[in-house]
Each structure stands twice: as structure tokens, then as C-alpha cells.
Design a protein around this ligand. Structure first.
Ligand SMILES: C[S@@+](CC[C@H](N)C(=O)[O-])C[C@H]1O[C@@H](n2cnc3c(N)ncnc32)[C@H](O)[C@@H]1O
Length: 592
């Protein structure tokens, strides 16, 4: 049955009818309920009590579940909450105060009670009142249907967690061991901005990103991360444990920022869960655990929650570097440095229906199936992440219109030089004007991004930023025109094919792949970023190879290329003006 928008069992309803219908004051009901359940102020007002009595005596109140996307609402099922409580209990955590900062329907609270964890007090904070009712009714149902007596005080606080001052609890329980437990909301500030929601902390720039980062997405954060930091700010000086279900990306961010924040946490652990099974969502998530009030640690050990006997990975800070796999990094760290060429991200236009063309029987068709008859000059073949399949690519499935040679270039030249292209763009002006991203604001009409001299160089070495594919592709011109890449890809570009081929060979060595595996997080939206790729030091890789390896790899490409420019290449990447002729003589290994 649904009461107060929440489920109440018939047992609890009958209990209410029999015990409370004759009571007049909510305070008297509260006294009885405290004794039975430990819940402080079961009813907050006389109105709530009267309303429940009326509903219980009359009929059912069924209300549709509202859309709760802005609350990152993924309630933890009881079995999972119960297994988590059993798991921490087996570690003998012995806290006396538990805090669930966004308690929802309260399965963690229920699991603590049902497992007889000897707590003095539990605090549950939640923004959505029906969930607090649901939790209260579940607890009442438990005590009503068992012979167990309540020993733990439970205080529910119906409030926006961002307005709750946790220092009040921290100060009140200075000498007590704290258990912070729960599953804070799974929603990002950018999703909230799409939903026009204000379910955000006041300090949305708590990571101190600049304006440009906000545009590029670096300023994006998960409100679960903010809540985790709120808890660490308030309780890092208390003895105890923090146990939160979090997206893996949030755990990674906490570890990354730990270098600066130096929270007093240690024994940081991540227990991976199956979020498809538990929450029916495809997001990598885990149980995050750490010990409070201890010497700050900067790395996290990773386990499987369901079979947690063996640690399978360690990630975090290793000396001055943040890495996804510490043991792998130890073996490949000698190539960590600074790439001698600049990695670039591909073209961005956010107008695929108009800007993305396909060639059908020698004419172009756009994304809305219109024939496009324009000059060839500004049309270039373009590769997306999904096109980066073979080692060497010189053909594209798609084409695009490159309206600028550099960012911000005036586009009025198109009208004079390429009238058909201009007319086509002009006819579709309204579609361009619908582009939401602020990067297009106050820019010339039909502006694109991710464009510069480098885009027009004929030879490129590229990788998809999105796929778990650690291979690099060699990109050659298509019909004498450079191939472009879209903004999901990263690339180096060269004027001569030899340099491109040498870079391609160095980047595809085992050591380069191992290094990338050790510093990238496969659950990130973008596995490879410019920052990560810029860490591959080509010169350091070259020092591990011999010339015969380079020759063998060149042969596999069937491109009629030699090692004739290798020494020049090495002198450039070594930043030395004199070419080192004997560089291959000292070290002689096969593919490292
Ligand atoms: C991922 S659910 C988890 C609920 C509960 N902790 C559990 O494990 O089942 C997140 C909860 O946070 C609540 N919530 C979202 N924004 C909140 C806010 N600003 N203040 C308090 N609670 C909030 C939601 O209503 C929801 O119940």
C-alpha cells in the first residue's frame, strides 16, 4: 500500500490502526515509536500524524513516481546494502555513530539494524520526504515483526545535504568512532544543467577550474564526489571508516586530488561491483572504503566485491605520477616524459547533418539525405574513431567541409571564392545557429574547432580517444588531400612520411602500449587524452630499439620507405643539433 507516496506493509498499517488511532498527540505517538524503533521524532508535526491516521483509516493514496533524474537516484537494493554491512562488520570496524548523508529509502540503515551492529546513533539525511517515510516504515516493520528491541537511536533529517552542516555532528561526537556509509547521488553538474536543476552545491567550482576548463568539460563533476569531499572535510579527524558506493570515475578523482588535499585517509580500497546487476545501469561503480584519521595515503588497492580475497590492481600516485596500474607503470615508467611533437585533437563542428557528407555515385549527400553540390576545395575526407581500424588508412567513409584554416578565421572569403559552398552553408544557417556550445558564441558564421596548420599536414599518426585500443594508425593523404580526423581522435601530423612512419613505429612498441595501459583508466569516457599522450617520450622509446627493428617494421608497411631520415628524426626528437650516429649500437633489444 502507498502512504505518503511510499510503501507501507499491511502489518505496519494494522499496527498503526490498533495502536495510534485513539491517540491525539503526535508527541505521544513519537514516544511509543521511539521505544519500539529508536527513531527520534517519527512524526515532525501534528499535521503529519493526523494525516497518516486519516489515510490509514480511509483508503489508499496512490501517487505516480515523479521523475527523479536530477537527484541521481539509484537506490541500493537491500541485498547489496546487507552484504556491504556484513563485509565491513567482518573487518571488525566497531563504530558507534553511523551517518548516511543521502539515505534514500534507507537500505543501509536497515542493514545496520538488522545485522545488530552495536551503534549508539544513526543519522540519515535525505532531500525526498517519501523516502524518509519509507525508511521509517521499514524500520518499524522490522521491529514489529521480530522480537528484537531497538538499541540504536535514529535521527532522520529531511534536508538538502548541501545545506547541512556536518561539523555539528562532528563536534558532538568528537570522541566517537564514525561510520560514514551510503551511496551518494549519481549525477553530474552538466546533466543537472541540461535538466535545469539546482540540486548543486553553492561552490560548483570547488576544483578551481578556469573558464576554459568549464567549456571543455574539465569543470564537470559528479555531485557524489562533492558529497564525499564534504564528508572527508568534516570527519577526517575522527577515527572510523568511510564506505561509499561511488562511480569509479569519482573514486579516481578523489585519489587524484588526494595529492593536494592530503585527507587523513589510509587503506584506500575499491571493490568493484556489477552495476548492471545491482542498479541496471552501465556505469562502472565500486564500493570505496577508507580508514579515517590516519596518515594520508595516495594510492588505492582494487578488488572484486563478490570475490574479494585477492587484490588485482593498485592505482593512484606513484612518486610524482598519477597512474592506473602501479606495477605496470613500474615496468614502463622509463618512457614517461614529454612527447617531442604536439598531440592534437581533431575537428569539431557540432553540425553533423549539414557538415558531414557521404559520397554516393560520385556526388555528396548530407546527413539529412539531401544532395550537396558544392566546390571540392573545402571538402576533405574525415575519419572518426570507428574508422581507425586498419594500421594504414588512406580512404575515408565520410567527408566534411573545412570552413576555416585556423580557429576564429573570418569565413566571409567563402562567399567570393566558393559561392556554391557559401549558398549551401547559408541555406542551412539556422542549423548552425542551433549549436549550443559556448565555443561558437561570437565567432564567425560556420566556425569549426580543432583546426590549424597541423590539420593540413599530409601525414598523421592517430588514435581514437574513446576505444580501449592501444594501437596507433598511420594516416596518409586521400587523393592528394590530407585526411582530417574528428574530435574523438588525437593525432600527430608531419610534412614528411618518414617522420610519420618512425613515430608510428615507436608509438606501437610494446613498451609504449604498456605505458599507456598503466596511465589510462578504461572506465573513463575518454580513455586517451592529450595530457596522457603528451607523456610518451619518443626519444626515450627510440633509445630502447635497434635499427633492424625499425627496418623490419617499415617492411611490414609496404610503403617504399627507408631509414634514410632516421638520424635526422632522432636528432630532432633528442633536441640535439648533432645527429647521434651510434645511437643503435649500445642497446640491442627486440620490441620492448
Ligand atoms: C544514489 S541514491 C542512494 C540512496 C541511498 N543512499 C541508498 O544507498 O539506497 C541517492 C539519494 O540521494 C538523494 N539526494 C539527491 N540529492 C540530494 C540532496 N541534495 N540532499 C539530500 N539527498 C539528496 C536522492 O533522493 C537519493 O535518495
Amino acid at each position: 500500500m502507498k502512504i505518503f507516496d511510499t510503501n507501507m506493509t499491511h502489518t505496519v498499517l494494522d499496527f498503526f490502526k490498533s495502536k495510534f488511532c485513539d491517540l491525539k498527540l503526535f508527541t505521544s505517538a513519537n514516544d511509543l515509536l521511539f521505544e519500539k524503533t529508536g527513531i527520534i521524532n517519527f512524526f515532525n508535526t501534528q499535521y503529519e500524524f493526523d494525516k497518516l491516521k486519516a489515510i490509514a483509516n480511509e483508503n489508499i493514496n496512490i501517487v505516480e513516481e515523479p521523475d527523479r533524474s536530477e537527484y541521481g537516484d539509484f537506490q541500493t537494493n537491500f541485498d547489496l546494502a546487507n552484504n556491504i554491512v556484513k563485509f565491513i562488520n567482518s573487518e571488525n570496524f566497531q563504530s558507534s555513530i553511523a551517518i548516511e548523508p543521502t539515505c534514500g529509502k534507507g537500505n543501509f540503515i536497515l542493514a545496520l539494524i538488522k545485522n545488530n551492529i552495536p551503534l549508539k546513533k544513526i543519522y540519515g539525511i535525505e532531500i525526498y520526504k517519501p523516502y524518509i517515510w519509507e525508511c521509517k516504515f521499514s524500520i518499524l516493520n522490522f521491529f514489529h515483526t521480530t522480537a528484537i528491541n531497538a538499541v540504536t537511536e535514529i535521527e532522520f533529517i529531511h534536508l538538502n545535504v548541501f545545506n547541512f552542516d556536518f561539523s555539528s555532528i562532528a563536534e558532538k561526537h568528537l570522541a566517537e568512532k564514525i561510520l560514514i556509509i551510503g551511496n551518494p547521488p549519481w549525477v553530474t553538474n552538466s546533466k543537472l544543467s541540461i535538466l535545469n536543476s539546482s540540486n548543486l552545491p553553492e561552490k560548483t567550482n570547488f576544483k578551481k577550474h578556469n573558464g576554459f576548463d568549464a567549456i571543455t568539460g574539465k569543470g564537470n563533476f559528479d555531485i557524489g564526489e562533492y558529497i564525499s569531499l564534504m564528508m572527508l572535510d568534516a570527519f577526517q579527524n575522527h577515527y572510523g571508516l568511510m564506505v561509499f558506493l561511488l562511480k569509479n570515475s569519482v573514486i579516481k578523482n578523489i585519489l587524484f586530488d588526494q595529492k593536494i588535499r592530503q585527507y587523513k585517509i589510509s587503506k584506500i580500497e575499491q571493490y568493484n561491483i556489477d552495476s548492471k546487476k545491482e542498479f541496471n545501469v552501465s556505469v562502472d561503480a565500486s564500493l570505496f572504503c577508507c580508514k579515517l584519521n590516519s596518515k594520508p595515503e595516495l594510492f588505492c588497492n582494487e578488488f572484486d566485491f563478490y570475490n574479494n580475497s585477492k587484490q588485482f590492481n593498485s592505482f593512484g600516485w606513484f612518486h610524482e605520477k598519477f597512474v592506473s596500474d602501479i606495477s605496470r607503470y613500474e615496468l614502463s615508467q622509463n618512457i614517461d616524459g614529454k612527447c617531442q611533437f604536439e598531440w592534437r585533437q581533431g575537428v569539431k563542428h557540432d553540425c553533423s547533418n549539414i557538415m558531414e557528407l557521404e559520397k554516393l555515385d560520385n556526388h555528396f549527400v548530407n546527413g539529412i539525405n539531401q544532395n550537396v553540390s558544392i566546390e571540392n576545395d573545402l571538402i576533405y575526407g574525415i575519419l572518426k574513431s570507428s574508422d581507425l581500424k586498419s594500421n594504414v588508412i588512406n580512404k575515408s567513409r565520410k567527408y566534411t567541409i573545412i570552413t576555416q584554416q585556423r580557429i576564429g578565421q573570418d569565413t566571409s572569403y567563402i562567399r567570393l571564392k566558393f559561392p556554391k559552398t557559401f549558398n549551401y552553408l547559408e541555406e542551412n544557417k539556422s542549423t548552425f545557429e542551433l549549436r549550443k556550445s559556448s565555443i561558437y558564441k561570437d565567432k564567425p558564421a560556420y566556425s569549426i574547432f580543432g583546426i590549424g596548420d597541423y590539420s593540413f599536414k599530409p601525414f598523421k599518426v592517430a588514435i581514437s580517444g574513446l576505444y580501449k585500443n592501444y594501437s596507433f594508425n598511420l594516416i596518409l593523404p586521400q587523393e592528394s588531400k590530407p585526411l582530417m580526423l574528428d574530435d574523438t581522435c588525437y593525432f600527430l601530423s608531419f610534412d614528411n612520411i618518414e617522420f610519420a612512419v618512425y613515430s608510428y613505429i615507436l608509438l606501437n612498441t610494446n613498451i609504449s602500449k604498456e605505458f599507456l595501459k598503466s596511465v589510462t583508466f578504461t572506465d573513463a569516457k575518454r580513455i586517451f587524452t592529450k595530457d596522457v599522450l603528451m607523456r610518451i617520450d619518443l626519444f626515450k622509446i627510440s633509445k630502447l630499439l635497434n635499427i633492424s627493428y625499425i627496418e623490419e617494421e617499415i617492411d611490414k608497411l609496404f610503403l617504399n620507405i627507408s631509414t634514410s631520415k632516421w638520424n635526422t628524426f632522432i636528432s630532432i626528437i633528442s633536441n640535439k643539433s648533432i645527429v647521434q650516429t651510434n645511437i643503435f649500437e649500445t642497446i640491442n633489444v627486440t620490441n620492448p
